[in-house]
Write a protein that binds this ligand. Sequence first.
Ligand code: ADP
Ligand code: MG
Length: 924
Amino acid sequence: MSDTNHAVEATLDVAEPPPGYPTAWIEDAVLRDGATIRIRPIAPDDRDALQAMVRGMSHESSYQRFFRVKKELLPDELDYFTRLDYEKRMAFVAILDGRLVGVGRYDTVEAEPSAAEAAFAVSDDYQQRGIGSLLLNRLTKYAGLNGIDAFVAHVLADNHVMLRVFRSAGYKVTRDLEDGVFTVEFPTEGSESTAEIAAGREKRATAASLMPLLAPSSIAVIGASRNPSSIGGRLFANIVAGDFTGPVYPVNPTTPVVHSVAAYASVLDIPGPVDAAFIVVPAPFVIPVVRQCAEKGVRGIVVISAGFSETGEEGAALEAELLGVVRSSGMRMVGPNCMGLINTDAAIRLDGQFGPVVPPRGNVSLSSQSGALGLAILDYAAQLNIGIASFVSVGNLADVSGDDLLLYWEDDPATDVILLYMESFGNPRRFARVARRIARTKPIVAVKSGRTLSGARAASSHTGSLASFDVAVDALFRQAGVTRVDTLEGLFDVTGLLANQPIPGGRRVGVVTNAGGPAVLAVDALESLDLDVPELSESLQSQLGALLAAEASVGNPVDMIAAAGPGEYRAVLDVMLTSDELDAVIAIYIPPSPEGATEVAAALRAAGEEHHGGTTFLTVYMHSEGAPDVLSGGQSRIPSFAFPERAAKALHAAAEYGEWLQRPEGEIPEFDDVDRDRARRTIDAALESGDGEAVWLDADAVEAVLDSYRLSIPVSGVAGSEEEAIAIAADIDGPVVLKVISPSALHKSDVGGVVVGVVGPDEVGAAYRQVIAAVPDAEAALVQEYIAGDHEVLIGMVEDPNFGPLVVFGLGGVFVELIGDVAFRIHPLTDVDAGEMIQDVKSARLLEGYRGAEPGDVEAVEEALLRVSAMIEDLPEIDEMDLNPVKVRPPGEGVAVVDARIRVKPTELRPPSFDFRAVREVPE
Ligand code: ADP
Ligand code: MG
């Protein structure tokens, strides 16, 4: 057994990172028991903590790690293990409870730099918790990025623990038994199955870690107050009034009783176990109180107190310290600076927030970054036909974030629809990956927030000036199948529809009404959103005609005229809701007089209930006092809108989501004709000249990189004199283009530095003189083959600090600059993404031969997009790129990049987009 008293404190962060220390790889992960652990690259400062770990290991373990009994490491061994180049030799350490509890390391072998020996050790007391898997995952990712293809690990045959780690990580291990030692060889890149296993673990472990918060068996309220108007007073009263199913303990050192309940001076005085603590004390007292919670064994805390990162630098430092305490003790935290949380599950009944509202129970779960807005949403919920399953006000998002909650709700049977009010992303890539999976089974609705993060970007290319935080969010939501709404009104409308009706299987909408005007508005709104209001078939029309007065029109919209009552509505809806000609039906009703209005509402409801689950059903009840309760009350809710336009918008969002569900996932194609090495050498050479700064590639380098990815470029040559220009042009078939080469001319044609369609030596000579005269610092002229073709498109890329590379597509020239008709996607692109990007750009219809235009080679454009994506994947140094224009030739004849700018910058080794926190182990 180890002796914990002699353990040396290990620090979460590295005070003085050595040169080359990969700080990007410092991360926290959740273990299968819900504790949070830090995994980071080892540093020289870890010497003592490592020694303490080795000293604490049992003989058996250290024999398994080192194949001989090691009581401790010698000084030079400690140096060897802690001083690394982070490339050929690498190690990650695991820190928990202020101790170094695990190490995973690799060493490349001189003879074979693409293979490395890997070794793992985990303290005896911390085994079986998934730490080995975490280290293994991290190390394989890192090695893969460092050009190491395979690991070799030597494992004693009786080290079942480690063998299990390898197996459960999804690696195909080839084992070779020699002298009682298994040699396990495995690739460093995660295979498909590793990614899947990791995703399953991530979900289960995150959900488990949030259980104490969302489904606690016992709660303490620290800072519970006798003052009924204080936050601590209201929160405690709400929890009690909400009839929480477990015990709730008020903690207050200055009073013996709170709200008729005996109070404790400290959380440590509470006799029973405490799962979750709500903390409502002033900011300076929060950390001491949280330390006590850790000591008490509390597993989740909700820090309501404000005064942290939202207040500025000092508060941010306090928050960082708070997070450190939370993480090192393995708790999870909601907040700080939040309004609390709610779980309406009958088995929990936790009303853990301090607002005045009790929302109705239902199937919508909500996370809000703005507490006040969250409460407003709860307030409106009842009125707006939405029931709440759970609500979390995430506050400053120091620990628990929207993506953690997504993982919790993914398998939560009470949650059918997930609603997010977000102002920022903790980790956009992780969000995208998680949301994309969950949206396949549960709709996710997110409100756009006006806050921009990246701010003004120095616009040095077309792509750079087009990109913004907002387009990135749009692209991310779109690719992940998240329904984005711009207004709170939209949020309620869409959520109410998705929560209570099936997702429409198509865009065909039937409209039934008792008044012509609103039906016209509805049809206009539907059609402007690209929804169809098809003429009904003859047989359907005659079926409907038989039910209605002769003056009624039955084509669609079905106008039953003002005399229509509950009987007509019911009969007509029975026909329309069961017809296979429609995917959705909107029933509009304007009460012509107070009589019979409630009966019509009842008929709408009855029809909706009877046919529930088939055709999507919406009602528009146009009355200043809103729809009668009969439409909204009870368990089954019929979505009801005050205006036809709002119904149309909500339906449109639902239909788009339905289409996303049906859309094939697509594939990221691999191109085996590309020359990565050549592109890499070109970029490395350019970076060397850049002296650590970002540089624009020169014309030759641009050509080499494009050519390496088989993006076709015109024949060209650089001319330093008129005679050279004429000679180069003579070697090129057909007309040529001359362009000035100069450091100042970013947009050459703007200054008269481009002459196209030049034929014959005289014209070439004149064009040469013209382009050279265009700018004072002209260096030479590019003589380029003239590429015919009616269409010009832009393909670009810019690296967003939050989202990673964004790819843009648009029609070249004025379309891009003037009307911003462009489509963005987050890299990497699948073939489906590439096709959709082109579809999304309205003016790209010209490529298809719209209105007599010559059609272009759309397939080649798609392929060019995918090749650019492959290039971005292979060459993370590319930071900005503009291929503008790419000339599109007629179908079958391909495309040619006639003008390109590529900027590269030195990159730190970055973690792959597959997030580390993906690997969280739970019991099998
Ligand atoms: P810049 O963008 O710096 O003004 P470009 O090289 O893009 O310069 O040239 C401007 C325009 O000239 C292009 O948008 C395109 O219409 C035309 N052009 C340039 N090169 C060629 C070429 N090789 N073949 C046909 N047209 C060209
Ligand atoms: Mg250009």
